[in-house]
Design a protein around this ligand. Structure first.
Ligand code: BGC
Length: 375
C-alpha cells in the first residue's frame, strides 16, 4: 500500500481543519541516500520534513499570467522560509512534467507541489514520490485517479464558475437591454481538472436561463466537450469562435454574450468578434491579467475573477512550513474534491468577481493591478 495517507488526521478546529500531523522529529534515514527517503514517518504515522528541505514545485505550461507569477513567488518565498526550492515548468507537455517530478524525487524533495498539466497522467510518478516519503500537494489543479496526493490548495473552482455565470447575466442586463439574449459558451482544456468545475459552476446559473428561453446558445454547442479549448490555447478558442460566427451569426444576428473561463480566452474571443465586425459582447474572464484589467477599466471585457496568486502561494508555503514544524497542513474542505479514488482534503480560498464597478476596490492592495484602476 502506498504510504501517502501517512496517518493523515483531519479534525475540525475553529472552523478550519488540519491534516497530516506528526509528533516527532524525523530520523533514521540514510543521509547519503539519493533515491528519495524523505520525510520520516512518526509515531502517529505523520511526517516531519527537515528545515532546509528540498521542495519541488512542478508547474504546467505558461498558459496564463498566474503561473508565471507563481514561479517567482515560490522561488522567493521558499528560499526566504529556509527551504531549497526546485521550481519548473512543463513547457513541452506531460512527459516533461512527469520527468521533472521523477527528478525531484531523485533529488530528495520532501514535498512536491504540483500544478498538473494533465491531472490524470501523474499517478505513477507521484506514487513513486509518495513511496519515497514525499508529501504531495496539488496546487490550483486537482491530481486525479491516485491516492498519492495528500492535500489540495486552490481557489474554489466551482464558485469561480458560479461567479462567471452570474456576471454574464448581470452584464447582459446592464449592457444589452431586455432579453432574450444570444450567447456562446467557451470552456477550458479537458485535461485540466479545473475546467469541469468552472463550466459546471457557470452552467448551474446559466442552464435555467437557457431552459426558460432567456438565453439562446445559437450554435447549439452547449456541452463541455463542444465548448472545451485544447491546452487553454488562445488560438484554439479564436478559431472555434471564427467558425461559430461565420456559421451561426451571419447577417444581422447579434452575439450578446460569451461565457469565457479565463482572460486569455476572453481576449481571443473578442478578437474574433471584432474581426467579424460584430459589436462587443458581454464577456467573462478569470485571472485578472493585466491586458484584461485594462480592458475592463475601458469598458470592453465585462468581468474577470481575482484569484490572488500571492495568497495561493503563501497558503502553500505555510503548509510546507507547518510540515517542517511537525504540524499539520490546514484544510477547510473534506468533501468536494473527489479525485476518482479518494476525497482529497482541501484548503479552498475565495475567488472574487471583478467588474468595472469594483475593480479599484478589489485591486486596491495589488501593486501591479491597483495602479491600472486609478483615474
Ligand atoms: C487555472 C486558471 C487558468 C487556467 C489556464 C487553470 O487551471 O485555475 O486560473 O486560467 O488554468 O492557465
Amino acid at each position: 500500500m502506498s504510504n501517502t495517507f501517512k496517518g493523515v488526521a483531519v479534525f475540525a478546529a475553529a472552523g478550519a481543519m488540519l491534516l497530516a500531523g506528526c509528533s516527532t522529529d524525523r530520523g533514521g534515514e540514510d543521509p547519503g541516500s539519493t533515491t528519495g527517503a524523505t520525510g520520516s514517518p512518526t509515531a502517529d504515522g505523520g511526517v516531519c520534513i527537515e528545515e532546509g528541505a528540498t521542495i519541488g514545485v512542478a508547474l504546467p505550461q505558461k498558459t496564463s499570467e498566474n503561473w508565471v507569477l507563481a514561479e517567482e513567488l515560490f522561488n522567493d518565498g521558499l528560499t526566504e522560509a529556509g527551504f531549497n526550492p526546485i521550481v519548473q515548468f512543463g513547457n513541452s507537455g506531460v512527459t516533461e512534467q512527469q520527468n521533472q517530478i521523477s527528478a525531484m524525487v531523485e533529488q530528495d524533495a520532501q514535498v512536491i507541489v504540483v500544478g498538473a498539466i494533465d491531472g490524470s497522467q501523474l499517478g505513477s510518478q507521484l506514487e513513486t514520490a509518495a513511496d519515497a516519503g514525499a508529501t504531495i500537494i496539488a496546487y490550483d489543479r486537482l491530481v486525479k485517479n491516485t491516492e498519492a496526493v495528500d492535500a489540495y490548495i486552490a481557489f474554489d473552482n466551482f464558485q469561480v464558475g458560479v461567479l462567471q455565470g452570474e456576471a454574464l447575466l448581470q452584464g447582459l442586463a446592464e449592457r444589452k437591454g431586455e432579453g432574450p439574449y444570444n450567447i456562446e459558451l467557451i470552456a477550458g482544456s479537458a485535461d485540466d481538472a479545473n475546467s469541469i468545475p468552472f463550466f459546471e459552476g457557470a452552467m448551474s446559473v446559466l442552464q435555467p436561463k437557457i431552459d426558460d428561453g432567456t438565453l439562446t446558445v445559437v450554435s447549439g454547442q452547449t456541452t463541455f466537450e463542444q465548448a472545451a479549448t485544447a491546452g487553454w490555447q488562445a488560438q484554439n478558442a479564436q478559431t472555434r469562435m471564427d467558425t461559430i460566427l461565420s456559421g451561426s451569426y451571419s447577417g444581422d444576428t447579434e452575439l450578446h454574450g460569451v461565457l469565457s473561463p479565463n482572460d486569455t480566452l476572453a481576449r481571443a474571443a473578442l478578437t474574433s468578434v471584432d474581426q467579424a465586425g460584430k459589436d462587443t459582447p458581454v464577456i467573462t474572464g478569470q485571472d485578472s491579467e493585466v491586458e484584461s484589467v485594462k480592458s475592463i477599466v475601458a469598458g470592453e471585457q465585462y468581468s474577470t475573477i481575482y484569484k490572488d496568486t500571492r495568497e495561493l502561494v503563501a497558503q502553500t508555503i505555510a503548509s510546507v512550513e507547518a510540515l517542517a514544524a511537525c504540524g499539520e497542513i490546514p484544510v477547510n474542505d473534506t468533501e468536494q474534491y473527489d479525485n476518482g479514488v479518494k476525497v482529497v482534503p482541501a484548503y479552498l480560498l475565495e475567488p472574487k468577481i471583478v467588474t468595472q464597478e469594483n475593480a479599484a476596490e478589489v485591486y486596491a492592495n495589488d501593486p501591479t493591478l491597483g495602479p491600472l484602476t486609478e483615474g
